[in-house]
Design a protein. Structure first.
Length: 129
């Protein structure tokens, strides 16, 4: 994830994880890593079902306002949120359903703006669909 952010010079994006625990762990890691830098190139918030409603709303607003650069979320949490046209989407893990993949990458670009979706994969095959 860090390499993708750095190589693509990402300044904003949505990062999808399959589980809530993966989201929490990645949020903690990126914020810790970014705290070493003055402008925190990895500033992020998390959005998933275990977060309370007010926290989810506040985190989404932080992302929309640009107070943080990355929104880390699960597929379920991403349903129904109004965020589109982001320049980057990173799939840390592929979703269980093909339709969720289409939903994820559908948030990239729009309105004739280019965007990039990156899916991280391992050398060891994993059956997802």
């Amino acid at each position: 994830v860090v390499r993708a952010i750095q190589q693509q010079n990402m300044d904003q994006g949505i990062i999808f994880c399959r589980t809530k625990l993966d989201c929490d762990n990645l949020e903690n890691y990126l914020n810790h890593l970014g705290s070493r830098s003055r402008d925190n190139p990895f500033s992020c918030v998390c959005l998933h079902g275990d977060r309370k409603g007010p926290e989810r709303h506040a985190n989404l607003e932080k992302f929309k306002r640009g107070s943080v650069k990355f929104l880390i979320c699960t597929d379920v949490a991403a349903r129904g949120i109004d965020v589109s046209g982001v320049p980057f989407v990173i799939n840390v893990t592929l979703p269980d359903e093909k339709s969720n993949y289409v939903h994820r990458i559908g948030r990239v670009g729009r309105a004739e703006r280019m965007g990039l979706a990156i899916s991280l994969v391992a050398a060891v095959p994993e059956k997802v669909w």
